[in-house]
Design a protein around this ligand. Sequence first.
Ligand SMILES: [Zn+2]
Length: 141
Amino acid sequence: MAQQRKDKLAKYVKKVKKNVDLDKYLDELSKVYSNWKQEDAEKMVFFTRDGTMIVIGSDDKGYVNVSLAGIQQILIANGSNIPYLKRIVHNHNKGEDFSKGDEDMYKVLVKYGFKGEFQIYTPKTGQVRTMDKSVATGGKD
Ligand SMILES: [Zn+2]
């Protein structure tokens, strides 16, 4: 059963790249989304503090259906975990601002020790938005 769950999660992992120059992460993102065709699909990209980039995504249209526990398992399998992430990025294809779901996810990640930047990337424009860290504290920083 545990193996079955592992296999199920593995199919979401699209790419793992080591020794990424974290100062040039926008170049890495533009490569990750370079053949972007599925307008409604989502990818999440994790950059760890030691320069590993992990890309998870769905093959079809829609959101990446991986729970926080699943994300943790994927990170641990790649020698990292939530507190060691420098940046988490997901795409909004039309460039909209963070959703309520994004804010909720960010709050939970912070509870699990996330100290990095939580960002939205718009593949068409290359625009990046960064979540205001005060969201996690309800504005009482
Ligand atoms: Zn979002």
